[in-house]
Design a protein around this ligand. Structure first.
Ligand code: BG6
Length: 513
């Protein structure tokens, strides 16, 4: 039985923005649909746009309809009741004046809904606003619980910082006002069901963990490919790029879960301690690593499925000479006992052929090859593929005998799809994370020290690229798998990245290009 949180007020800063409409409000509605919101509960949306409660409810009703997750949020009565719990306060959050009104409104709502002074703030504004909001909340003492039974928490959206220095500064400003226990730095990848399943696959099965180390694993590969471009987010993306947008946070968090040691217990502290150790063990990137082991690319105009697709530099709000990377691939090492010498490869990009996020564990070949004479391949390529999205599931590849004379070996796959569990709906990441935070469980949120450790690893790349504009930025036609020489990163003769829909007939639903 999942616990229901105690009564609380949820304050969404940036409530008229894209994230609230696309993710937060639909996720809350899904929670309401499952009776997982507190009995005493209300939302206060805060934003610059002028709206009253009714207008906000109307706007969010449309957003829910548009962004509903699968079969979620369907019960009409529950949906209506949820919409009635939404309220709105319009003020300019960049100036101190409005915060007194905010404080008064929260106090009124607290009495009205009997929420015991429990306030959860969600910062869904542009990141430039985070420090101002935090400071102003403190001026009104909105960071401090009313009594020893109430609490105040704050969720901070990514990007958490722009460089190592700015991440440190932001951490320091937030921690001047809130304690670490009150702060929930969100990385929505950690809320994905299949990402959490990495922990279960590794630590609740006897068969994988004994093999999960340098003795049996040859390399680890993580891909997060998107077929979409940058859509309407040009002004943000052009100052960000793939490394900041995806690698520093989402992909390194996946590395943390794949590479961590077994935690002593499954609680926030132990799990976050173990992922931090992984980040601290990332081998610092030297100048030569940055030159040789990182490939960056940018998509160019192309024709995809018969339609002309604009190149990155032709997109809205992009500088015509922009050198922002829309693709990044890199190789690195984790210097610890378990992973010594095992290369890790990660890549991500926009406008690749398909949308897929997966982790591929490549096992070492068998030590003595018995059937080489009769097989086309030297040895079976044993892989465990953890498909994060779409078509969530796990695939294990191994060699089998081809029926008939002799001993020809063929690669086959055992393939589990979550969709086979037909009665199960995969919750959206935000649904899980909002609920966890309401319950005070920080396991799936990043701790300040871990965020700084990932920045510490990635920051030298930005500095080096900045100082060395001559480092190549490869163009790749939209709809292709990125710069071809990203394959050269992979160690081993004839080895390449796994191209999910190119060489595996068993990869199914998302492969129709
Ligand atoms: C966001 C990035 O954090 O993650 C986006 O800013 C990216 O650029 C998105 O598209 C990917 O998330 P998902 O859940 O669709 O894989």
């Amino acid at each position: 039985m999942i616990k229901k949180p105690e009564g609380l007020l949820l304050v969404i800063f940036g409530a008229s923005g894209d994230l609230a409409s696309r993710k937060l409000i639909p996720a809350l509605c899904d929670l309401a649909n499952q009776d997982l919101l507190p009995d005493k509960f209300a939302v206060l949306g805060v934003g610059r746009s002028e709206m009253n409660d009714d207008m906000f409810r109307e706007k969010m009703s449309v957003a829910i309809e548009k962004n509903i997750n699968g079969r979620g949020c369907l019960d009409d009565t529950k949906r209506r009741r949820f919409l009635e719990s939404l309220h709105y306060l319009s003020f300019d959050t960049s100036s101190p004046e409005g915060y007194e009104r905010l404080s008064q409104r929260l106090s009124d709502m607290d009495h009205m809904f009997n929420t015991n002074g429990n306030y959860l703030y969600y910062l869904a504004t542009p990141p430039g606003m985070y420090e101002v909001i935090v400071k102003n909340l403190a001026t009104q003492k909105l960071n401090l619980p009313d009594n020893d039974k109430s609490w105040r928490r704050i969720i901070i959206e990514k990007p958490f910082g722009y460089t190592l220095d700015s991440a440190r500064r932001l951490n320091a400003s937030v921690l001047e006002v809130f304690s670490e226990e009150q702060v929930y730095r969100i990385d929505h990848y950690l809320g994905k069901e299949t990402v959490q399943n990495i922990l279960v696959t590794r630590f609740s099965n006897g068969i994988f963990e004994p093999l999960w180390n340098r003795n049996f694993i040859e390399r680890v590969e993580i891909t997060s490919a998107e077929s979409i471009g940058i859509e309407e987010r040009g002004s943000y993306y052009d100052t960000s790029g793939a490394l900041r947008d995806m690698v520093q946070n989402h992909l390194l968090q996946l590395v943390g879960l794949i590479a961590m040691e077994p935690p002593a217990v499954a609680d926030a502290r132990s799990i976050r301690n173990e992922t931090l150790k992984v980040f601290q063990s990332l081998r610092p990137l030297t100048q030569s690593d940055i030159e040789k082991n990182i490939i960056r690319g940018q998509y160019t105009t192309s024709v995809v499925k018969g339609e002309r697709v604009a190149g990155y530099r032709d997109e809205k709000n992009i500088m015509p000479e922009s050198r922002t990377e829309t693709y990044a691939a890199m190789k690195f090492y984790i210097d610890n006992w378990r992973w010594s010498g095992v290369p890790f490869y990660i890549r991500t990009g926009k406008r690749l052929p398909i949308r897929v996020t997966e982790v591929v564990i490549h096992f070492r070949p068998s030590p003595h090859l018995l059937f080489t004479k009769e097989s086309d391949r030297l040895a079976s390529d044993n892989q465990l593929v953890i498909r994060i999205q779409p078509d969530e599931g796990i695939l294990l590849r191994f060699g089998m005998k081809v029926p008939g004379a002799g001993f020809r070996v063929k690669d086959v796959a055992m393939d589990f799809h979550y969709s086979d569990l037909s009665d199960i709906r995969l919750p959206d990441a935000y649904e899980r994370l909002l609920l966890d935070c309401m319950l005070g469980d920080a396991t799936l949120f990043s701790r300040g020290d871990a965020v700084e450790a990932t920045w510490q690893f990635i920051d030298p790349v930005f500095k080096y690229w900045n100082d060395h504009p001559e480092i190549r930025l490869y163009g790749y036609p939209a709809g292709t798998w990125g710069p071809e020489n990203a394959d050269r990163l992979i160690e081993g003769e004839n080895e390449t990245w796994r191209y999910p829909c190119k060489n595996l007939t068993s990869d199914s639903s998302y492969c129709e290009l």
